[in-house]
Design a protein around this ligand. Structure first.
Ligand code: RB5
Length: 145
């Protein structure tokens, strides 16, 4: 189950991502926003972050204009590793090396075609484990200090 969240700038891209998830028969839960009315991205970044950190959803995708604000918000939730990606290589590496559990996209930065490729890449790539497990565990250490 993929948690989805966005502000008003990310609405159209989220709808394209939903089409992709439907095509691939991947379940999702949409935490809003649901309209084009101007709203505050931290609300939706936090909602997705909490859904992922609590285990309600396995992964999340968050979208705002640049992807920056909503990724910062998601990363404030303990247990979230949100990666802002605007290319497929970063998306792949964020899964392989960082075990990113939330993907952030900038709807005003990344075109729809590339954004969908990034989502596909990110969803199909597994964490490599090995030496990266120790590094990921150091994130938790930071959170607990
Ligand atoms: C909204 O205007 C914009 O600030 C927001 O979508 C995002 O880009 C913030 O980081």
């Amino acid at each position: 189950m993929i948690a989805l969240g966005n502000d008003h700038t990310g609405l159209a891209l989220k709808q394209e991502i939903i089409k992709l998830l439907d095509e691939k028969d991947i379940g999702y839960r949409d935490f809003g926003t649901y309209t084009a009315e101007s709203c505050d991205y931290p609300v939706f970044g936090e909602a997705v972050g909490r859904a992922v950190a609590s285990g309600v959803c396995e992964k999340g995708i968050v979208i705002c204009g640049t992807g920056i604000g909503i990724s910062i918000a998601a990363n404030k939730v303990k247990g979230v590793r949100c990666a802002l990606c605007s290319d497929c290589f970063s998306a792949e590496m964020s899964r392989k090396h960082n075990d990113a559990n939330v993907l952030a996209l900038g709807a005003r930065v990344t075109g729809v075609g590339l954004a969908l490729k990034i989502v596909e890449t990110w969803l199909k790539t597994d964490f490599e484990g090995g030496r990266h497990v120790r590094r990921i565990s150091l994130f938790s250490d930071i959170e607990n200090r």
